[in-house]
Design a protein around this ligand. Structure first.
Ligand SMILES: *Cc1c(COP(=O)(O)O)cnc(C)c1O
Length: 427
């Protein structure tokens, strides 16, 4: 779909939602070509070179040709930023104009990790500002807000169940400056109505910055900027790179002032990724659309099989009709990645047995790579969430989280079957 930024403002929320559920035309073409133009380079290289130089020769003092120092900017990083910016807002007509995603007012900045991105984004707040955050947000985001922003930077933080719009309305304060959410969330796959929450925030105060962590979806399945969010953040470590060999993050916005803040954080705080890592991610993105299709196909098959299994209490996957916010998910996304959770019939012992018996799924933290992973959130990824909060949220010892990879789905199901039978021999 081709549209100008100025047209977007005229579209009503419902029109935006309809747009979001149609297929994102040209995604694969953009992933493969935007920012990669051979004409940029001296020998018209088809694959962008890895530019390792930390510094650049100047013609006259203070007159660099492009960049002056690699913390502030680097050609390999530029390529990656242009590419990701195009994917998150679907401004694919940039192809006709030989890039220039930046001229169209859509910006991406990459950082040394997802959390470095979070830090750089949250640093836009000042002492005394208030942030509303979803109550089951990624553990590291929660820890940053609780243990760094609040005590060290004087930021007020409230954690709220953002699936409950009445709770959201009650949480706003005159000093609220940011709302931070994930949809679907981790590990409970709760779905927040991004358009509704964005609209509530803007109604309360136009200045509230709506940030959506889109890590679980990738731009292939969900475009929060088109639903009213101001900034999208990603842990690139997960689906966007997709090969479990780079730690990196990105923030995408079409607000020039916010982009200038993010650029200033790259320059002044300096949590920037290396040129080599930028090269790897730019390469990983070339198959993002292929991988996401397979992740969804496999996760659909696995979740349906688990739902029928007597050794399983409940499956959480937003594409399933049984999911409590299935309708909201379908309204704002065009599919779902390989992330799903389920409760097995048992407790800590059964969970441990199940995980130690898996042969294809690897027992490990993280997600979004081509390989399937399984983990126990209560003991692993979410161990830092206070025990009473975990219990209240439903992160119990029989909750298993899967990152369904791109292997053959029949093999994945067979693996789950034998491990479940080993863990729960008798029903
Ligand atoms: C992993 C993750 C992060 C943090 O990213 P890092 O690259 O590990 O720093 C943030 N949000 C979500 C949803 C994540 O899964």
């Amino acid at each position: 779909m081709v549209f100008e930024n100025s047209d977007k403002a005229l579209l009503s929320t419902s029109a935006l939602i309809n747009m979001a559920t149609t297929t994102f035309e040209g995604f694969g073409t953009a992933a493969i070509h935007v920012g990669q133009e051979p004409e940029k380079w001296d020998m018209h290289q088809v694959v962008p070179p890895i530019s390792l130089s930390t510094t650049y020769k100047q013609g006259n003092p203070g007159e660099p040709k492009g960049h002056d120092y690699s913390r502030a900017g680097n050609p390999t990083r530029d390529v990656l930023q242009e590419n990701i910016a195009a994917l998150e807002d679907g401004l694919y007509y940039v192809l006709q104009e030989n890039i220039a995603a930046l001229e169209d007012g859509l910006y991406c900045r990459v950082f040394a990790s997802g959390l470095a991105t979070t830090m750089s984004m949250v640093n836009v707040l000042k002492v005394g500002d208030h942030v509303i955050c979803s109550d089951d947000v990624y553990g590291g985001t929660q820890r940053y807000l609780r243990k760094v922003s609040a005590p060290h930077h004087g930021i007020e933080v409230t954690f709220v169940d953002l699936t409950n719009l009445d709770e959201v309305k009650k949480a706003f304060r005159p000093n609220t400056k940011m709302i931070w959410l994930e949809s679907p969330s981790n590990p409970l796959l709760k779905v927040v109505d991004i358009a509704e929450v964005s609209q509530l925030a803007k109604q309360y105060n136009q200045e509230i910055i709506v940030v959506v962590d889109n890590t679980f979806m990738s731009p292939y399945f969900q475009r929060p900027l088109n639903l009213g969010a101001d900034v999208v953040v990603h842990s690139i470590t997960k689906y966007i790179n997709g090969h479990s060999d780079v730690v990196m993050g990105a923030a995408i916005t079409n607000d020039e002032k916010l982009d200038q803040h993010l650029f200033f954080m790259q320059l002044a705080v300096g949590a920037v990724p290396s040129a080599f890592d930028c090269y790897l991610v730019n390469r990983g993105i070339k198959t993002l659309h292929l991988r996401m299709k397979t992740h969804m196909e496999n996760a659909m098959a696995v979740s349906k099989w688990l739902e029928e299994n007597a050794r399983v209490e409940r499956v959480l996957y937003p594409q399933l009709e049984s999911h409590p916010q299935h309708k909201i998910h379908m309204k704002q996304a065009r599919g779902m990645s390989g992330m799903l959770s389920f409760y097995l019939r048992g407790g800590l012992e059964e969970s441990r047995k199940f995980l130690s018996n898996l042969k294809i799924f690897i027992l490990a933290e993280s997600l979004g790579g081509y390989e399937s992973l399984a983990e126990l959130p209560s003991v692993m990824t979410h161990a830092s969430v206070p025990a009473e909060d975990r219990a209240a949220l439903g992160i119990t010892d029989n909750l298993i989280r899967l990152s369904v990879g791109c292997e053959d789905k029949e093999d994945l199901i067979a693996d789950l079957d034998q491990a479940l039978k080993a863990a729960i021999p008798k029903l």
